[in-house]
Design a protein around this ligand. Structure first.
Ligand code: HEC
Length: 138
């Protein structure tokens, strides 16, 4: 009985992996190449940056710091990315930043997926907010 449940779970897991792979190939998933091509549907504006900032303060600040510069002891401890610098380990395009927020930075990373927790529209606002931080620093 227990064995059967484990087997079923494994099969379901593999199906999911294949389904995700197929979606990525079709360009609907957020493989890195597909993500790079995604266009930000939310034009940046003061309203969008403010909306992004509100989500950021709730969901992201504890790890990336109030100013996004990974300036807090907590951020340093977990090696959270500085979001105000020019270094984008997971890609510098709007689509790639969107993808790392929605899908996370990979297995084992403290940067977990926010899919289901942060709406896609709000994620684009976050991208615009993050861009405003980098621009303000220049
Ligand atoms: C639990 C801590 C934590 C939270 C919460 C968190 N992050 Fe992260 N984030 C990280 C870490 C750690 C990394 C570095 C990932 C790595 O190197 O594996 C990262 C990486 C990133 C990157 C990639 C930066 C690059 O240089 O490419 C972006 C963008 C990002 N986070 C945005 C966000 C946003 C937006 C939120 C809120 C929705 C958020 N993060 C919430 C810990 C966190």
């Amino acid at each position: 009985m227990g064995q059967r449940i484990v087997t079923t779970g494994a099969v379901a897991g593999w199906c999911l992996v294949f389904a995700l792979g197929a979606a990525a190939e079709a360009g609907q998933g957020t493989s890195r190449a597909a993500a790079a091509k995604m266009k930000n549907p939310v034009a940046t504006s003061a309203a969008s940056v403010t909306a992004g900032q509100q989500v950021y303060q709730k969901q992201c600040r504890m790890c990336h710091g109030a100013a996004g510069a990974a300036e807090t002891p907590m951020a340093k401890k977990m090696n959270a990315s500085d979001l105000t610098d020019a270094t984008w380990a997971f890609g510098a395009t709007d689509g790639e930043i969107f993808a790392v927020i929605q899908d996370g930075a990979g297995a084992g990373s403290k940067m977990t997926a926010f899919k289901g927790k942060v709406a896609e529209q709000d994620t684009w606002h976050l991208v615009n907010y993050i861009r405003s931080l980098a621009a303000a620093k220049k």
